[in-house]
Ligand binder design. Structure first.
Ligand code: HEM
Length: 362
């Protein structure tokens, strides 16, 4: 054994004697990942994680110069036009937010079709839904922070939705807005949400989420599970799968930097509450399916009935999606399982169709 290796062992023994970390190291060392023709879908949780880490690193760099409140627009303009590589960091942060949501949606639908929400993985599904909610709120709150024209009007439209919700809706909206209209106070509040509350909630949920996966391992998809154990293959997570994860992360990094450089994130004119709302105000793509449903229902139904109906549909849909592990349990037979495959297909196709429709309709 080389001298360096034996010194390493002595140092590790010294640390482990005090912190007792060996069981955790053993656990990771024993982790395996199943290998079959659908293994590709196991990369998407890790890719979501990669984009989140990118968000944290670039977000910290942006915070060095960003000023919430009255100076929000001026500080983002300075980051974009004056600070060295500020435009690049901002562009990576904004593109990575969108790619993260994309990766999370692909990950969610793939674990859905793998039936990875079934016993004993229910908490993986529920913590995952919490992470999706937090990721969408990250996007919504981040969108306002530059306080340009688009941010201002899109946030006004976005906040009108919780405002009509019965119960706590108006109170939550009043707290979030901090006044009668979106302004410097709103930016200040969204900033606290974006850089303090959401990261804390996200990290707690992520810790639980990753613990669940470590504890139960990756689920085999239907079709592979039924095969005899002698035909089921797997690879070690460390180092084999981790190296493949690293390749996926490098590809993601190339895509991200390419997008950020060739399509730098724009900063519009400063928000002007007295100006008329510009044409085509819309939220980020991951809110577009809800946006178009509200818009269409608002057109065909009188007054606020359309909006109420839209909010009721989303709420019920969200509750149903959360109850999936209980509605399609492990014991569910062939017919019920087929029904849930159809439900999943309708959900994916419906989401994609509505999103495309929202961009296509004037
Ligand atoms: C930023 C958000 C998320 C991150 C960082 C994340 C991360 C991960 C990682 C690293 C894995 C293990 C590798 C894999 O199977 O892909 C995983 C598995 C899993 N995730 Fe997520 N996830 C997120 C969101 C979600 C969402 C939205 C759901 C569903 C509602 C979800 C449900 C699950 C489930 C059920 C598993 C276990 C899969 C299995 O047993 O094979 N996750 N997640």
């Amino acid at each position: 054994m080389s001298k360096l290796k034996s010194w390493g062992r002595v140092a590790w023994a010294w640390v482990d004697e005090r912190l007792g970390l060996q069981p955790a190291v053993d656990m990771v060392a024993e982790k395996t990942v199943p290998e079959h023709r659908h293994t590709f879908w196991y990369y998407w949780g890790g890719l979501s994680l990669f984009f989140f880490v990118t968000q944290v690193v670039t977000g910290l760099l942006l915070m060095v110069y960003y000023e919430p409140g009255e100076n929000a627009y001026a500080s983002v303009s300075k980051i974009t036009n004056e600070i060295n590589y500020g435009w690049l960091i901002r562009s990576i942060h904004s593109w990575s937010a969108n790619l993260m949501l994309g990766a999370v949606f692909i990950h969610m639908f793939s674990v859905y079709f793998f039936r990875a929400y079934r016993k004993p993985r229910e908490f993986g599904w529920w913590t995952g839904l919490g992470l999706l909610g937090a990721a969408m709120l990250f996007g919504f709150s981040g969108y306002l922070l530059p306080m340009d024209e688009l941010a201002y009007f899109a946030t006004r439209v976005g906040l009108a939705v919780p405002e009509i919700m019965p119960g706590a809706g108006p109170l939550i909206t009043a707290i979030a807005r901090g006044g009668t209209d979106v302004g410097a106070a709103t930016v200040q509040r969204f900033f606290v949400l974006h850089v303090m509350l959401l990261p804390m909630a996200f990290m707690a949920l992520l810790g639980l989420h990753l613990w669940m996966i470590q504890k139960h391992g990756n689920k085999l998809p239907p079709g592979e599970e039924e095969k005899p154990v002698s035909e089921q293959r797997s690879v070690k997570f460390v180092p084999n799968f981790m190296m493949r994860d690293a390749v996926a992360w490098l590809v993601a990094l190339m895509l991200l930097v390419g997008l950020a450089c060739f399509f730098p994130w724009k900063l519009g004119p400063p928000a002007d509450p007295l100006a008329a709302a510009p044409e085509g105000i819309h939220p980020e793509w991951y809110f577009m399916s809800q946006f178009i449903v509200l818009k269409l229902l608002g057109k065909v139904l009188p007054g606020v009935i359309g909006e109420y109906l839209g909010v009721a549909i989303f709420t019920l849909g969200g509750v149903f999606w959360g109850l999936i592990p209980l509605l399609d349990p492990e014991s569910a037979g062939g017919r019920r399982a087929r029904l849930f495959t159809w439900i999943g297909l309708v959900a994916v196709i419906g989401f994609l169709f509505l999103t495309v429709l929202a961009y296509w309709l004037p």
